[in-house]
Write a protein that binds this ligand. Structure first.
Ligand code: PHE
Length: 503
């Protein structure tokens, strides 16, 4: 029989335990042998025709620090062209660049690439440019983002076209490409046979001390396997709900435990439920294009019963039976029929109230809403809203404040105050504020109030309605200690893996 050294035996046995074929890195993990030890063993084993060594090279591309910087902030030329477009500045690009946040060494880079990419044209007479149109996202920009998101890739995975772009990123010194040889060891038939004999011939090591071994006294002769109790365990990243989804679930649980029932409605609503039913006049600034996403196809949706629509119309025009003067303008059905991405979930509560009038009512929703807002560290164009209402015979603002204190206490927020403010559909109105000692600031949690008669009368509701609504992301940011809301949406795998399960 062939005599093998210890490491050769171990390599052979490890291989045989994992189906006879594995990459060297994998064998390292399982056997605990060093890379060099396995490779030395592999050479001999392969000479003895007990294994075959397969080699394959891979080109691995990763972003360097500058590349990561550009992946998140945009290429310098992109930042410059955006600035030029926004400011309508058509002067010399070098001059314009000084007004941006670009660092001084980035200015020539930005200007150079503007030319190379043909994003601007210089007028020959005075060296200035006309206002350019916004160029489409280039492959280099796409790849930067992809590499940032995935923490790198192999050229093989990127495919031919993108590999060429990858090489350009390397030339631009934004990425590094390294060749790595992957070696795989595979048992031959002889190797397989030998591994089986080895296993059978070797003294058995026990990894567990059993009651039988103690009773029979066999433990005296059994070789017990040593455990390394200080070895570091490997990191594992088990699947879990997204941190934001965890917050949604938690909010739901809190509402349910407080005796509320969940309601949900469509993301697309008529302006009627989103605005009109809430006594927001048709020329209200919040309805305008910059805040609300209007649908162009289809443009219009259906309205509820004539009775409700007429009552809402009259209330807007002259106050109807509510004692109010209304807004004093000619209400238009067409405006109310327009379809919008709902800007708040209050649209769902009022719709629910139009169909459920008898108290007690306690319902809530945690759902998506949309507003045409600039994406910043604290704003996104789509976000979650928490919304709740309580309807009962003699409820007052005191009850609402008590309910909200209790609600937010369950998120660990203790110092909550209520400051007066304005909403077209509530009176009195307030906003719940929380004091965060860590940043020494008051933060707004939600808007709240009691629905006005102008809202209640058209729905035929004769009882006081307590209502509130606020952002969920705000709570998530406090809870998760974030200072940028975009982290909740940009699928940063690193952060997602590291953020714990917190239910
Ligand atoms: N709908 C309001 C918002 O989106 C919040 C609110 C809800 C205010 C209910 C009062 C009553 O900001």
């Amino acid at each position: 029989m062939i005599k093998l050294r210890k490491n050769e035996q171990k390599t052979l046995q490890t291989l045989s335990n994992i189906n006879g074929k594995a990459a060297v890195d994998h064998i390292m993990e399982i056997s605990g042998l060093a890379h060099s030890a396995i490779m030395r063993a592999a050479m001999n084993l392969s000479e003895l025709k007990l294994i075959q060594i397969h080699e394959q090279t891979q080109k691995i591309i990763t972003l360097n620090e500058e590349g990561e910087d550009y992946a998140t902030q945009g290429l310098p030329e992109r930042r410059l062209i955006e600035y030029i477009i926004k400011s309508g500045n058509s002067g010399k690009p070098e001059e314009t660049a000084k007004n941006t946040k670009l660092k001084s060494h980035q200015i020539p880079i930005a200007v150079g690439w503007l030319h190379r990419k043909g994003w601007i044209k210089i007028k020959t007479d005075d060296g200035t440019i006309g206002t350019p149109t916004r160029p489409r996202e280039g492959d280099d920009e796409k790849l930067l983002k992809l590499l940032y998101r995935k923490g790198g890739s192999t050229l093989e995975k990127l495919g031919r076209e993108m590999s060429r772009v990858a090489v350009n990123l390397k030339r631009r010194k934004l990425a590094d490409i390294e060749e790595k040889t992957i070696r795989t060891l595979e048992l031959t038939k002889e190797g397989r046979n030998l591994a089986t004999q080895l296993t059978e011939g070797l003294p058995q090591e026990a990894s567990q001390l059993t009651p039988e071994m103690i009773i029979s006294g066999k433990w005296r002769t059994t070789k017990l396997r040593r455990f390394n109790v200080v070895a570091e365990g490997s990191q594992t990243y088990p699947g879990k709900a997204h941190p934001l989804q965890q917050m949604v679930n938690r909010t739901r649980q809190i509402f349910l435990r407080m005796g509320f029932t969940e309601i949900r409605g469509p993301l697309v609503e008529t302006a009627f439920w989103n605005f009109d039913a809430l006594f927001q006049p048709q020329d209200h600034p919040a309805r305008e294009m910059q805040d609300t996403f209007y649908l162009s196809v289809p443009e219009k949706g259906g309205l509820p019963s004539k009775q409700i629509v007429d009552a809402v119309a009259k209330t807007h025009e002259n106050g109807w039976i509510t004692g109010s003067k209304g807004w004093g303008y000619q209400w238009r059905k067409e405006e109310a029929q327009r379809l919008v991405l709902r800007t708040h979930t209050t649209a769902e509560t009022i719709k629910y109230l139009s169909r459920h009038r008898s108290p007690p009512i306690k319902v809530f929703s945690v759902d998506r809403v949309y507003r045409n807002e600039q994406l910043t560290y604290k704003n996104t164009a789509e976000f979650y809203q928490i919304e709740g209402i309580v309807v009962d015979k003699d409820v007052t603002l005191q009850d609402l404040m008590g309910t909200l204190k209790m609600f937010y206490r369950r998120f660990g927020l203790e110092k909550v105050e209520f400051w007066p403010c304005y909403f077209p559909y509530t009176e009195p109105s307030a906003q719940a504020m929380v004091y965060l000692p860590k940043i020494k600031r008051w933060i707004e949690l939600c808007g709240m109030g009691m629905f006005r008669p102008e809202v209640l009368a058209p729905m035929k509701i004769d009882y006081p309605v307590l209502a509130w609504g606020g952002g969920l992301e705000r709570l998530a940011m406090i809870e998760l200690g974030l200072d940028d809301i975009r982290l909740l949406y940009n699928n940063n795998l690193n952060w997602l893996r590291r953020s714990p399960l917190r239910l």
